[in-house]
Design a protein. Structure first.
Lengths: 311, 244
């Protein structure tokens, strides 16, 4: 599948944004993270900013973005429509939570309820994003039991590492959040490696034989219907060389998981304000690594239409 | 609404005979010619006379070499929308632009509602949908919905343009939901198959596999190739002289 940057950035940014929003909603709502104007202003601003930037970026993928409002109508059948509805609805409790927790400095009561509802909305939205990909049968690497948990785990990973960076920067670092971010990063690493192992061993039932209805033997593409690449090949016939794939997997693991683990471990040993430096670096490096991971998620996914072209 | 109809009155579709298709591309050009002025018009071509030709086509004919223990043969393979009974391209559509008609089962796009998110083309395993970058919306085969019900055409012309154009009668059009229809009987007689049945899209269009190899054909062994090694003697001398 062609890795369109607008979609790669969209899923990475909204994943981190919703992860951070959910953590603020729960930890702030339950007063585990203290209500502080600047922490809340910058933190929630970052979460909602990532979400808004991601959603705007996704409209860059559309042929007719001015009609995007129509996408809220088919939530009964379409995961993409459900994602649109869930993302917009989540802004309501998130906005109320920001009003109460950040601007009014209040906790408890309706602010806690708004925080928890924002967290639920964030989780639901990430689920709908994951299901868009997990529901596509023609792409075996996506239509797997690994896809939906991956989106949830990576949202928790990037969200918790961002939260830790914010808390460390504002001098309210919490060992619990630091441990959470470290464990979430390790969980993300493990899940990604398990996913790659699963995909590398995938035995796909759909072949050039079943695609053409020609039973038995071998079916070799002799001639394409056209001489130049068409929409199908540009969008779904994207191929990545195996050697580049191996290198990019190493790069993704180094940036998204290995380096953040080292930097977060270093945070344990350092006093404030020095501890903020590795924490912030971990968040930045991880975001770059997740962009590589998401690029590979598309580049390594193979659509059945490629079979018609002998690919 | 992008929810699928529980039942369609008819299952209009095509039956494509891979035994008789000669790969002449007449159906491809007839389709393009009709549809670039039809229901989904235009079928935009980008850089049509340049080095990077691209454009929207509803019907593409591939050629394959099918090799089994019985031998090898060339199979020409037309590929277009199969008007599936459970088309995921319709259910994934977030705007309601894609729909399956309850009356005849044809899968269509309302170009005025399409936002060009391309998700339907990802959901189609057959590559039936092509994006029109110029207009910014997705396009697909309409089963010539503007021909098959067109009272301005003579009755025999009320078939899809690809079927009307086929010089070898490799393409057949009819109601595959009616077991007594000519197309249903053809499918039963020739053992017509679904493409990628394992994915569960339940395509309406059927493909008739090439007929089995026959043992009755006359055996005409080709003469051995001429020797490439230079011959000696008089003939060798003549050959060398003439080759100079």
């Amino acid at each position: 599948m062609h890795p369109a940057f607008s979609v790669v950035f969209f899923t990475t940014a909204t994943g981190a944004g919703y992860g951070l929003l959910a953590l603020f909603g729960v930890l702030g709502g339950l007063q585990i993270v203290p209500a502080d104007f600047w922490l809340g202003f910058v933190g929630l601003g970052l979460a909602l900013g990532l979400i808004a930037a991601g959603l705007l970026s996704s409209t860059g993928h559309l042929g007719r973005p001015e009609r995007a409002w129509r996408a809220f109508s088919q939530w009964r059948s379409s995961w993409l429509s459900r994602e649109g509805v869930a993302s917009v609805i989540t802004f309501i409790p998130a906005g109320l939570f920001g009003l109460g927790w950040v601007l009014l400095g209040r906790t408890g009561g309706w602010v806690t309820i708004a925080g928890l509802l924002a967290a639920i909305g964030a989780i639901v939205t990430v689920c709908t994003t994951g299901m868009i990909y997990a529901s596509l049968k023609p792409i075996a690497q996506w239509h797997s039991r690994y896809t939906l948990p991956a989106y949830l785990i990576f949202a928790a990973t990037t969200g918790s590492v961002l939260l830790n960076a914010l808390l460390q920067s504002f001098g309210v670092g919490s060992v619990a959040v630091l441990v959470l971010s470290l464990l979430a990063t390790l969980a993300g690493w493990g899940w990604k490696r398990a996913t790659w192992r699963h995909n590398d061993r995938l035995e796909i039932a759909t072949t050039a034989n079943t695609a053409t209805g020609l039973a038995g033997g071998t079916v070799r593409s002799l001639e394409w219907p056209h001489t130049e690449e068409n929409y199908l090949l540009k969008e779904m016939g994207f191929r990545i060389a195996r050697k580049h794939s191996a290198k990019l997997r190493m790069l993704a693991q180094a940036l998204a998981f290995a380096l953040p683990v080292l930097l977060l471990a270093a945070t344990f040993a350092l006093p404030w304000p020095v501890a903020a430096i590795p924490s912030v670096l971990a968040a930045i490096v991880q975001f770059a690594g997740m962009l590589v991971e998401r690029w590979l998620f598309f580049a390594e996914a193979k659509h059945t239409v490629a079979l018609y072209y002998g690919r | 609404m992008t929810c699928l109809p529980a039942h369609t009155d008819k299952k209009l579709g095509l039956v494509i005979d891979l035994d008789t298709c000669v790969g002449c591309q007449a159906c491809v050009t007839a389709c393009k010619e009709w549809n670039t002025g039809g229901h989904m018009a235009p079928l935009t071509d980008i850089d049509p006379y340049g080095g990077h030709v691209d454009g929207v086509w509803f019907n593409r004919v591939h050629s394959y070499e099918h090799t089994t223990e019985m031998g090898g043969r060339t199979v020409n393979f037309p590929r277009s929308c199969l008007h599936c009974e459970t088309p995921a391209c319709v259910t994934v559509c977030p705007t309601g632009a894609s729909y399956k008609r309850a009356s005849d089962g044809i899968v269509l796009i309302d170009a005025d509602k399409c936002i060009g998110c391309k998700l339907c083309s990802w959901a189609c395993p057959y590559g039936a949908r092509e994006f029109d970058t110029d207009v910014g919306v997705m396009k697909k085969c309409t089963l010539c919905v503007d021909r098959i019900y067109n009272d301005n055409l003579a009755e025999e012309d009320r078939v899809p343009a690809c079927v009307a154009a086929c010089p070898t009668s490799a393409r057949h059009f009819g109601d595959l939901g009616d077991p007594r229809s000519a197309v249903s009987q053809l499918v039963a007689e020739r053992g017509g198959v679904d493409l990628m049945p394992e994915l569960g899209y339940r395509p309406t269009n059927k493909y008739l596999p090439p007929r089995a190899h026959t043992q009755r054909a006359a055996s005409v062994p080709a003469k051995p190739l001429e020797p490439v090694r230079a011959e000696g003697g008089l003939l060798g001398w003549v050959d060398r002289m003439l080759s100079n």
